[in-house]
Design a binder for this molecule. Structure first.
Ligand SMILES: Cc1ncc(COP(=O)(O)O)c(C=O)c1O
Length: 443
């Protein structure tokens, strides 16, 4: 039985009326990827205020891996909300914060022994991981990457690569941030990945001669698979090489698992597939099933290396969000979401590679496991980025009941971030819609 149920033109009249109110009352700055207003959401589906039901291939930008409104998460939230909503952990403590730290310390694959500190957003987690690294090493330098995205606060924005729209007009930025190349085989001059990795690793040594003394660098911040940057998956040997270079120079390795975490790549964390142990890992998004919560997890000596009062904030580790996170992690583990995600990844990639053969606009298919994306180009030979193709495909798919989001430095990448509890039938249904639209464009 089909999941998608479209009853009105999209957007429907109620969404249109709300859109007018939004335009009048809300800043025009936040993105508006779709013109939809949501009434309710469940599993991999979203129903708008006009009664149209969509397959959600955006998943709150990777925040509801466990599915929209998972009943166990909702029950945990209700239970905690019924007792108290907030005290501020700095003032009067509560068990869910401690229990969540204990839980994360057992599952997050950093070097150990481990400790945890909680925040609200991904950007905050990244900011605080860097604060910890600077404080403990006594060094100022931070290494980041091209195609990186760390959020919209000042340091996170500085670490972020894409100037438009994330940085335009907002400078000056945070000092002592240095940017390395991120492997992007499809747009490189290399055809052989091994040679490319050798070249990039050699480049890091040059970088230390030409840009910054490694002895003054506190940390390297890295997405193992870029999120906003278009699902570029760093080759394992590059990451391992960087890890070794960091160890050699006393530079802390911070793996950002904010988008890759919680089964998105087919394992609980992408780090597991890279054979490294970062010093710190940042988490957010699908940590709490849809509530705002983030964490820095890592070596206990680092987490304890900051003076009292240096980390924290009024809402950090809110009890309702902690309760949601505990229930969410239960679901990941009990329902073996990573295994299901890995199977979905195989199924998805088969389809995407088939499209690459059939449709000249599908230039590259990449990512890690179910964290997969396609890059649209005008044609195979020139590989010119085709942002308009993404926009046309996303627009037509929305009218037919599939919500899609883009990514990538050129804005021409379609990334798949469906809730990982989506069924194989629902995945196929959504992919059929996209394939139909791609077929129309090709004919
Ligand atoms: C890898 C990564 N890091 C950090 C962030 C920032 O998270 P937030 O938007 O919660 O501040 C994001 C958000 O998309 C992300 O994908």
């Amino acid at each position: 039985m089909a999941t998608i149920d479209i009853r009105t033109a999209v957007p429907g009249p109620r969404s249109v009326a709300l859109l007018e109110r939004r335009r009048a009352a809300v800043s025009s700055s936040p993105f508006m990827v779709t013109p939809l207003f949501v009434d309710r959401a469940e599993g991999a589906t979203l129903t708008d205020v006009d009664g149209n039901t969509y397959l959600d291939f955006a998943g709150g930008i990777g925040t509801v891996n466990v599915g929209h409104a998972h009943p166990e998460v909702v029950a945990a939230v209700r239970d905690q909300a019924g007792r108290f909503l907030h005290t501020c952990f700095n003032v009067a403590m509560y068990e869910p914060y401690v229990a969540l730290a204990e839980r994360l310390n057992t599952i997050v694959p950093t070097a150990g022994p481990r400790k945890t500190v909680l925040f609200n957003t991904g950007a905050e987690a990244v900011e605080n991981a860097v604060k910890i690294a600077r404080r403990v090493t006594g060094r100022a330098g931070v290494l980041t990457f091209e195609h990186g995205f760390a959020g919209r606060t000042y340091l996170a924005m500085t670490l972020t690569s894409k100037p438009v729209p994330y940085k335009t007009g907002f400078g000056p930025f945070v000092p002592e941030v240095y940017r390395l190349p991120y492997p992007y085989l499809y747009r490189s001059t290399f055809t052989d990945e091994e040679q490319y990795v050798d070249h990039l690793l050699e480049g890091v040594h040059d970088f230390f001669r030409t840009h910054v003394d490694p002895a003054s660098v506190a940390c390297l911040w890295m997405e193992l698979v870029t999120g906003e940057g278009g699902f570029l998956a760093a080759p394992k040997r590059y990451v391992q090489g960087l890890r070794a270079i960091c160890a050699e120079h006393g530079i802390l390795f911070i793996a950002d698992e904010i988008q890759t975490g919680f089964c998105r790549t087919g394992t609980m964390f992408a780090t597991e597939q890279y054979g490294i142990e970062p010093d710190l890992i940042t988490l957010a998004k699908s940590l709490a099933g849809g509530l705002p919560l983030s964490a820095v997890v890592g070596r206990a000596d680092l987490l304890d290396g900051v003076h009292v009062g240096g980390l924290g904030g009024t809402y950090c580790g809110n009890p309702v969000a902690c309760a949601a996170a505990l229930a969410t992690i239960d679901v990941y583990q009990r329902e073996r979401v990573a295994d299901h995600a890995a199977r979905l990844g195989v199924r998805l990639r088969q389809r995407l590679h088939g499209w690459q053969e059939r449709f000249p606009q599908v230039g590259d298919v990449r990512g890690l496991g179910p964290m997969a994306a396609i890059e649209f180009v005008t044609d195979r030979e020139s590989r010119r980025p085709a942002r308009d193709v993404l926009q046309t495909v996303a627009g037509r798919c929305l009218e037919r009941g599939v919500i899609l989001i883009g990514a990538g430095t050129h804005g021409n990448v379609m990334r798949f971030l469906f809730p990982l509890v989506i069924t194989e039938a629902q995945l196929d249904e959504g992919l059929d819609v996209i394939e139909g639209v791609l077929g129309e464009l090709a004919s």
